[in-house]
Design a protein around this ligand. Sequence first.
Ligand code: DOR
Ligand code: ZN
Length: 342
Amino acid sequence: MTVTITIRRPDDWHVHLRDGDMLRLVAPYTARQFARAIVMPNLAPPVTTVEQAASYRDRILAAAGEGFNPLMTCYLIDQVDPDELSRGHAEGVWVAAKLYPAGATTNSARGVTDIANLHAALARMEAIGMPLLVHGEVTDPQVDVFDREAVFIDRVLEGLVRDFPALKIVFEHITTRQAAQFVADASATVAATITPQHLMLNRNALFQGGLRPHVYCLPVVKREEHRLAVRAAAVSGSPKFFLGTDSAPHVVAAKESSCGCAGLFNAPFALEAYAQVFDEEGALDRFEGFASRHGPAFYGLPVNEGTVTLERTAATVPEQIGSGEAAVVPFGAGGFSWRVAS
Ligand code: DOR
Ligand code: ZN
């Protein structure tokens, strides 16, 4: 007998949909699995004004088709105007704002150079109930790349939580034991998203038989002890942890390069990957919370109507999606043990 699980239609609380041809290629994959998604604003140039966000939303709607609701975010810069944040939030354009430390990752050059520059903006967001989404890594070149998330907690995040106790903060794509512990111990205003790759891979995957650009993302995958801690957090049933794929496509040539881009494209089989993890952990009864309930509860949004059913059966993953110079390699080369049935 086939094992199946039916859950409320889920959302992706962290995704990069890009723009132009790439947007048209990848958006349908996210829209196929998720009703809503928090869309990252790190385009070039970044999404810093309400008008840019509204027109980007229109382009996403055109690319994704009926029934998908993109939730837009503001890219925070040193000069952010608190009034622009409130206006976009009041108009229903912006759901949240994203903090990229300058230089931390793809298209973060215009990110924040010093958290002190955000003081007025964060006070405003705290007052209006607009969540802060955080790429939690320091950029100090003295800090080892594998330690940048843990050091960010000490140098930045603890102070943020202390200084803005009512500000909703999502620690995005957590990768370490320290991050999982910090979020679990923090007040109810602090939550975290977790990606499939940080649940499934440790840093050996980067070097398995050679250099593996298609599993390189930021924050970089960590040691096994960290993967296990992040897995335990995801399946714990705690409402502080929810689904955020961080699907971040780059064309093959940009990945397979002497300086390959960070990010992997997991949107096509994201639910399959998460379901496999929850099954392996004997936690399928907590999958719906992680995928469909904890995120809306944190953001103060309703749970979706409708359901999705998955079955325990082999899913094969194509080597590439798209063709020619536009092709991208999806995450999950070996396939998954679950498949979306309906
Ligand atoms: O791996 C990543 N890719 N991490 C990020 O933070 C950004 C993303 C991207 O936009 O490519
Ligand atoms: Zn991201």
